[in-house]
Design a protein. Structure first.
Length: 552
């Protein structure tokens, strides 16, 4: 059968499980949007700006598996580039769709709006070619083939792709048959690498798995959980991989903070004789300033489409195939290990007081607030490191952006993540500097009846930047003060839709969180926490001290 190109594209997105498509309208993408709103299997989500739409699609994809964002040509798509670049950096599979002028205008280089005085209709594709895995510019001859190619690439690489669909091509008729996507490892290489991995694990007395973000991207959480239980192997996680295993699992020993970790972790790690990387990334913020780098015990490194074992690199072996083959193999001997005497506990309880609240007091109280089936979204900056130490409730999501680290990401990402899974309780912890960049998307939280608990850290500016700057008091790290309660009134239109609390002491924060447990069932809860501008978590201070001591 034949189908309109735009309808086929939406059909492919729905097949991937994308039920919500984010973006903004513009006259060049109206035909594309018609296809979206006329498809009963997907919903169109108007965002407040294109950057927020990209962040929302990113958050959605982190939970759902895939995401999509649609903008108009030129002015709209350029506004979304930072969001898509972040998705590219962190392997988030988002398809960026641009509605473009008619092919006749493109071919004649007509001077129409959203263009340069000397039109270049391919300039923005060139821009995106640097921040996505691949691009496509649809025409009558390539529409079907290019859509299928882009989607297969996104499935294989778990990275964003970029597609331009001119207005007239939306209505061009193409074949509606969906091809089978076959992405498999090289069998010989797969057999060789799994045999070598099995031999190393069998020879180890106390192996440790270091898991990370690619396990989330390839949606292998269940396989990893099955693996550690079948073979009785202990596991840690990098910051980007937090939440892959239930943190009350007896095999879980906490986040890998390296030498900056708690003593129990450090003592346990000393006795490890083999570390096994499951999709790890050893970037600066993921390792606390390169503190948690692997040593010579790191002999197995399983990445998205290759693996390195004892220095030997095996190409064309996919991470899902490697883990599945190991899981179904009888070559690996269960380890005689017992983690029951060292369960991960996260933060210890604190005594609250009526003195000025400190950063180190926030996280134990928030940890006690967490429960099963939460989606916890953490903004970049001083919050990220300390939050990674909190113990999550079972079956919870934890998402952050430690590699790209774009402030403002978290607020719209929370919106997208919440749309992807409405069964979980959304929790956002962000700083006021980040929040001000993208706070407009709060309006959609109210529109779509999403009821998160939002913790806003108000510390009078960019505190992490103060520590990184040459002068702590440089004026460029100050920000404009806002009355956030009034901002809530602006976005909600109804004061009954939210509850606002301020916390200047740990006692006030504990009380606010206690009230939020019930309030969140009926409304959005907003807790503004006031700390000193020089106050940072102990773990962040350790990291900064480590970086300083190793700067030479």
């Amino acid at each position: 059968m034949k189908i309109k190109t735009a309808d086929y594209l939406v059909k492919r997105l729905a097949e991937l499980g994308i039920k919500d498509i984010f973006g903004l309208p513009g006259d060049y993408n109206f035909n594309m949007l018609d296809a979206i709103i006329n498809n009963p299997d997907v919903n169109w989500i108007n965002c407040t700006n294109e950057l927020n739409a990209g962040y929302a699609a990113d958050g959605y994809a982190r939970i759902n598996g895939y995401g999509a964002v649609v903008t108009t040509y030129g002015v709209g798509e350029l506004s979304a580039t930072n969001a898509i670049a972040g998705s590219y950096a962190e392997n988030i599979p988002v398809i960026k769709i641009t509605g473009a002028p008619k092919t006749s205008f493109i071919n004649s280089k007509a001077l129409i709006h959203h263009n340069f005085s000397k039109p270049d209709y391919y300039a923005f594709e060139k821009t995106y070619s640097n921040i996505v895995e691949t691009t496509a510019y649809l025409n009558k001859d390539n529409a079907k083939e290019e859509i299928d190619r882009l989607i297969e690439t996104m499935i294989k690489t778990k990275k964003p792709v970029y597609l331009v669909i001119p207005m007239d091509i939306c209505h061009h008729m193409i074949d509606d048959k969906i091809p089978e996507v076959k992405i498999k490892s090289d069998n010989n290489a797969l057999n060789d690498v799994t045999e070598k991995i099995s031999c190393l694990i069998n020879s180890a007395k106390n192996p440790l798995i270091i898991t990370d973000y690619l396990i989330k991207r390839y949606r292998l959480q269940n396989e990893v959980r099955d693996f550690i239980n079948k073979y009785n192997i202990n596991i840690t996680s990098m910051i980007m991989g937090k939440g892959i295993v239930n943190e009350d699992d007896k095999h879980y020993i906490g986040i890998n903070h390296g030498p900056l970790a708690e003593n129990d972790f450090i003592e346990f790690y000393k006795n490890v004789d083999l570390t096994i990387g499951f999709g790890t990334l050893f970037s600066d913020l993921n390792t606390l300033g390169f503190a948690a780098l692997p040593d010579d015990r790191f002999r197995i490194d399983i990445q998205a489409d290759y693996a390195i074992v004892d220095g030997e690199r095996f190409e064309n072996v996919l991470i899902n195939d490697v883990i599945e083959k190991l899981l179904n193999s009888n070559m690996i001997t269960p380890k005689d290990q017992n983690s029951a005497d060292k369960p991960f506990k996260g933060y210890k309880n604190i005594e609250v007081s009526n003195t000025k609240i400190r950063m180190d007091e926030i996280f134990p109280l928030l940890q006690n607030f967490l429960k099963s089936n939460d989606t916890v979204v953490i903004e970049t900056g001083i919050i990220g490191y300390a939050s990674s130490k909190m113990k999550l409730g079972s079956d919870s999501n934890y998402i952050s952006q430690p590699l790209w680290g774009s402030i403002g990401w978290a607020t719209p990402a929370l919106f997208g993540a919440s749309m992807a899974d409405k069964s979980k309780r959304p929790i956002l912890f962000t700083g006021e500097g980040s929040h001000q960049l993208t706070i407009q998307e709060m309006a959609n939280l109210f529109k779509y009846d999403i009821k998160p608990v939002i913790l806003l850290l108000n510390n009078k500016g960019y505190t992490i930047e103060r520590y990184l700057s040459n002068n702590f008091d440089d004026v460029f790290n100050d920000i404009t003060s806002w009355d956030y309660k009034k901002a809530l009134e602006l976005f909600s239109l109804d004061k009954k839709e939210f509850a606002y609390h301020s916390a200047h002491t740990s006692n006030e924060l504990k009380e606010a969180l206690s009230l939020a447990q019930n309030e969140q069932k009926e409304k959005l809860v907003y807790i503004e926490i006031f700390t000193d501008k020089a106050d940072i978590p102990t773990l962040m201070k350790k990291s900064l001290d480590f970086i300083k001591s190793h700067s030479n």
